[in-house]
Design a protein around this ligand. Structure first.
Ligand code: GUN
Ligand code: ZN
Length: 436
């Protein structure tokens, strides 16, 4: 069969080193116009602009001029079923869950509704330049099937899992130890590594799972150790007090997972704001992943993630919108909020660090950095094309920039979907500003 070939050209940004490393040298990053050669959705080579390859004769060049081409954004923690309740007013975590979230999640036993929201959510993400997401679904298997099916139609690399809860949630939104195990296992067998799908075993958080359920999901993870396990950790102070009451023997919140086999290298823990020293040491020892959800943390009033302390150690840190606790589908807006939170902690994150978190940092946190998160030969051609002058306010600042970082930073701070010129998944253009 003949191969599918594409050529994409523009200014290319990609990291071969982690800008959080102490010896990182910014001048090592050369951002120039380059030509990306893609075969069957995979980057085959990246050459100088205008470079001709005889095996790509007659292939039209998609030339994005001076626009910036980056690896597509990787949103490492979202709840796609909460799309329709984004920006719900006036509550903190536990009340927000009870008042807004649980009633909405109840609707996802209906496959048609789940499919409608999954498609709506993925369209918002793609038009924001996000090419991979790790999503919680609801307790209903329909919600998982709907999501994976919708993502497969775009050939997107995604992570998702059935959210498990068997207590402290409304009756219509609880499973059991047995159904959580059986349904998760069946869904995992159906979807894990099918095309670009990856299954994550997903206990919502320890307050909504009995010790029995946590233990069953720990056993399931031991049976399928190449799966991810995603959950929430230490998001709000009230939540932590509640966990202490529910698990009086636990040393701390993290211990409620570790006791039941739910701590590991492939564990992905959302929020992780109010961690104790022991928890940080243990997470580091294990090499687990933490996901920073800045717009959610300010919107629900959770607290200030300690990026300087956590990203500089062996813990992997990813970045996420946490839809619908988060207040934007855009990873640009999310980077801006991460910048602001770090400022409140006395740290100025460099634009290179913000872009790294939104691409390779998240990809590493999800153990997908061998496939996505950077633009080099062998990686998927999942990419976003950014206009660094997308509004008059941004443009009047970026046009007087002295270097690429000064040019990019106004888009990080003030940009939104208007800055997304195009989004490609496995080479294919799946979004174009003003067209699709
Ligand atoms: N903790 C448990 N469930 C949730 C959720 O849906 N959103 C957020 N932000 N935190 C949670
Ligand atoms: Zn969440």
């Amino acid at each position: 069969m003949s191969k599918d070939k594409k050529i994409i050209e523009g200014r290319v940004l990609s990291f071969d080193k982690n800008p959080f490393d102490k010896d990182f040298d910014l001048s090592s990053l050369k951002i120039q116009r380059k030509r990306i050669f893609v075969i069957d959705g995979i980057i085959n080579s990246i050459e100088e602009a205008n470079f001709n390859r005889s095996d790509f004769n007659n292939i039209e060049v998609m030339d994005y001029g001076e626009h910036l081409i980056s690896a597509g954004f990787v949103d490492a923690h979202v709840h796609y079923p909460q799309t329709a309740i984004i920006a719900s007013w006036g509550k903190r975590l536990i009340d927000w869950l009870n008042v807004y979230t649980f009633p909405e999640e109840m609707k996802f036993n209906n496959l048609n509704y789940a499919s409608e929201i999954a498609n709506r959510y993925l369209n918002f993400s793609l038009s924001s330049g996000t090419t991979t997401v790790a999503s919680y679904c609801t307790i209903h298997p329909e919600s998982v099937n709907a999501f994976f099916e919708a993502a497969a139609a775009y050939n997107m690399c995604v992570v998702a899992g059935k959210t498990c809860m068997d207590r402290n949630a409304p009756e219509g939104l609880c499973d059991t130890t047995k159904s959580a195990y059986d349904d998760s296992k069946a869904l995992l067998e159906a979807w894990h590594k099918k095309g670009r799908a990856h299954y994550a075993i997903t206990p919502r958080f320890s307050p909504t799972s009995t010790p029995d359920q946590l233990s069953a999901l720990g056993a399931l993870w031991a049976e399928y150790p190449d799966c991810l396990m995603q959950t929430h950790l230490s998001e709000q102070v009230d939540e932590i007090d509640w966990v202490r009451k529910l698990f009086p023997k636990a040393r701390d919140y993290l211990d409620t997972y570790e006791t039941f086999g739910l701590l590991g290298t492939r564990g992905v823990y959302g929020h992780a704001i109010h961690l104790e020293a022991r928890e940080i040491d243990r997470l580091n020892e294990v090499g687990a992943s933490l996901i920073h959800c800045p717009t959610s943390n300010t919107f629900i009033g959770s607290g200030l993630f300690d990026i300087a302390r956590l990203a500089s150690r062996s813990t992997k840190v990813g970045l996420a919108t946490d839809i619908g606790g988060g207040s934007s589908f855009s990873m640009l807006r999310t980077m801006a909020c991460a910048y602001e939170i770090a400022q409140l902690r006395g740290i100025a994150l460099h634009p290179a660090q913000l872009m790294w978190l939104a691409t390779q940092g998240s990809a590493k946190a999800l153990h997908l950095d061998d496939q996505i998160g950077s633009l080099t030969a062998g990686m998927a051609a999942d990419l976003v094309v950014l206009d660094l002058s997308s509004t008059p306010a941004i443009s009047q600042r970026s046009t007087r920039a002295n270097d690429i970082w000064e040019e990019l930073f106004p888009t990080i701070m003030m940009g939104d979907d208007r800055a997304i010129v195009a989004t490609h998944v496995a080479g294919e253009k799946v979004y174009q500003r003003g067209v699709i």
